[in-house]
Design a protein around this ligand. Structure first.
Ligand code: SAH
Length: 251
């Protein structure tokens, strides 16, 4: 059955999603990404240190999505590109050493849909040759893996974007099936959560909680805890207030 979009109560899922491409080498992939996004009604594109942009090749490959390229923001780091986002989803073509919660594209779109009621959500894509670094993946709340054949798991960048954008659109069209999550306090955005994690690290170092020369996986585990718990602004302030009070007592 054809879905009449006008009949569906409009929400802001499509407007809330920001697609972030990190370190893209081939400008053609940036253009193809813009097209893949616009076909699905997603318009906000952010580029982190693209190798070549603006580019005629990107413009050519974008077809009728040139406006997305013109409005795209360019950033020097992933942290900067996602600072205001309350939910950040990282894509990965393979498993990593410290496991993060991993969802498939459909589950990821649903999570983004729920969070879009509160604020901006980002979906982050990596470099053509080596994907996202562990540090970049550590900035994300959860990861999404397209269940490709393990023998050859890595898709072309813009095709991975297309799959995620399509699932986001499907979730948007099936709006009524999403259990909207009400929360009384605004969720902490990426920048606020990063400050909290850094503050905790500062305190742990002040009390010699771990060997700075050999932190092993401690910091990654602390980071994973805060990232997956969707902490709100008030909770973050309680922790930071506690850390600051302990630091004051120590002096
Ligand atoms: N060799 C790289 C693959 C990079 S593919 C690696 O092992 O990480 C370029 C980008 O396309 C990835 O960073 C990711 O954003 C996306 N991508 C490709 N295949 C994917 C998959 N199966 N699941 C999720 N994202 C994928």
């Amino acid at each position: 059955m054809h879905v009449d979009e006008k009949k569906i109560k409009s929400d802001n899922l499509l407007n809330s999603v920001k697609v972030v491409l990190v370190g893209t080498t081939h400008p053609g992939n940036i253009g193809a990404t813009a097209r893949a996004m616009k076909n699905m009604g997603i318009l906000d594109l952010a580029l982190v240190e693209p190798k070549e942009f603006p580019s005629d090749v990107a413009t050519f490959r974008s077809k009728a999505a040139k406006d997305i390229l013109e409005k795209a923001s360019v950033h020097r780091s992933l942290a900067e590109a996602i600072s205001e986002c309350e939910l950040v989803v990282g894509t990965s073509a393979r498993g990593r050493t410290v496991p993060w919660p991993v969802l498939n594209p459909r589950e990821a779109a649903e999570e983004m849909h729920k969070s879009s009621l509160n604020g901006k959500v980002a979906i982050v894509f990596g470099r053509e040759d080596r994907g996202l670094t562990n540090e970049e993946l550590g900035l994300c709340n959860f990861h999404v893996h397209i269940p490709s054949d393990p023998e050859y798991s890595s898709l072309n960048l813009s095709q991975a974007v297309q799959i995620l954008a399509y699932e986001i659109r499907l979730s948007y069209l099936q709006d009524r099936h999403v259990n909207k999550e009400y929360w009384d306090v605004e969720l902490a955005n990426n920048e606020q959560t990063e400050r909290l994690i850094n503050h905790m690290d500062e305190l742990m170092q002040e009390v010699d909680f771990y060997d700075v020369e050999n932190p092993r996986k401690l910091l990654v585990r602390v980071r994973r805890f805060f990232k997956r718990s969707k902490i709100d602004v008030m909770e973050a302030n309680i922790f930071r207030g506690l850390f600051a009070t302990i630091q004051k007592k120590l002096k």
